[in-house]
Ligand binder design. Structure first.
Ligand code: NAD
Length: 273
């Protein structure tokens, strides 16, 4: 992932990956590094240690803090003279039955999963418009395309990220800026062992990993997803949905939302029964 400068020299591309210390973000960062991209991972915890392991730059950054995200994005762009990719990937799992969730569950999901993406877009998009190129890649979820129950704050924020991404993509094309949104099914990452972080725990939250396995069968390997993501980015896909079982679910939603709600109800009874 490099391009000619017009003088025969190859220019190394530059990427920022939020939530890059763990799981999907870390695997995407590793794939980008393999492709010769300058990578800066940003994370609320463990950024420096993970960056040391990966051999890239690492910055402590809470994506719910707009100023911190702005400093991160502007800083990386200033250092390298360009910003080619922003992966707005940081996120948390928030789950439980709707009646037991507190406003703190809702606020935290909105602050990290939605505002975190808004902050990234707000900081990077004008800069990319000015550059005349750049690619923003937001991580939503299959839960952003389907009526996924038992995790309403999560489902709500991920639907919002899908809407934001597709609408921005339509605007951005005129400026040469690309926007994609990643919608994975359940992926084997620490997220599934750490639902409701810093929030009142719920039975569903405690059983997130077993619930995911019951709902999907095998969890998708994170390295496979990272390769899917970079393939989708290279092809400038609007939506990157993986694994194949997630694409089947997504097709059902498009075919008949009513059928998808009934199917979600059946899955819910299977995993809670
Ligand atoms: P993960 O827990 O392994 O990684 C998430 C990273 O985000 C962690 O390093 C965490 O410290 C960081 N983070 C959390 N809050 C943050 C904040 N406020 N500021 C900065 N960093 C923060 O989880 P993952 O599975 O790799 O999740 C990455 C993204 O993929 C998330 O947006 C998640 O919703 C999405 N996703 C995950 C799955 C799955 O099954 N694992 C499925 C669909 C979508």
């Amino acid at each position: 992932m490099s391009e000619g400068s017009g003088e025969g020299k190859r220019v190394r591309k530059t990427a920022v990956v939020t939530g890059g210390a763990s799981g999907i973000g870390r695997a995407v960062a590793a794939e980008l590094l393999r492709r010769g991209v300058h990578v800066t991972i940003a994370d609320v915890r463990g950024a420096e240690e993970a960056a040391g392991d990966l051999g890239c730059a690492g910055v402590a950054c809470d994506v719910s803090d707009a100023r911190a995200v702005r400093d991160l994005v502007i800083g990386v762009a200033a250092e390298h003279g360009r910003l080619d990719f922003l992966f707005n990937n940081a996120g948390i799992a928030v789950g439980g039955r709707a009646e037991e969730l507190t406003l703190d569950h809702w606020d935290r999901a909105i602050d990290v999963n939605l505002r975190g993406v808004v902050h990234g877009v707000h900081a990077a998009y004008p800069l990319m418009v000015e550059q005349g190129h750049g690619h923003i890649v937001n991580t939503a979820s299959l839960a952003g395309l389907t009526p996924a129950p038992l995790m309403l704050p999560y489902t709500t924020t991920k639907h919002a990220v899908v809407g934001l991404s597709l609408a921005l993509r339509a605007e951005a094309a005129a400026y040469g800026v690309r926007v994609s949104v990643v919608c994975p099914g359940f992926v084997d990452t620490p997220l599934l062992d750490n639902a409701n972080p810093g929030l009142p725990q719920t039975e569903i939250g405690l059983r997130a990993r077993t619930t995911a396995v019951r709902a999907q069968g095998r969890l998708y390997p994170v390295e496979s997803l990272a390769r899917d993501v970079l393939r989708g980015v290279a092809r400038n896909r609007a939506l990157i949905v993986a694994p194949a079982s997630a694409r089947v679910t997504w097709r059902t939603v498009r075919l008949s939302p009513a059928l998808a709600v009934r199917a979600a109800g059946r899955v819910l009874r299977r995993i809670t029964g």
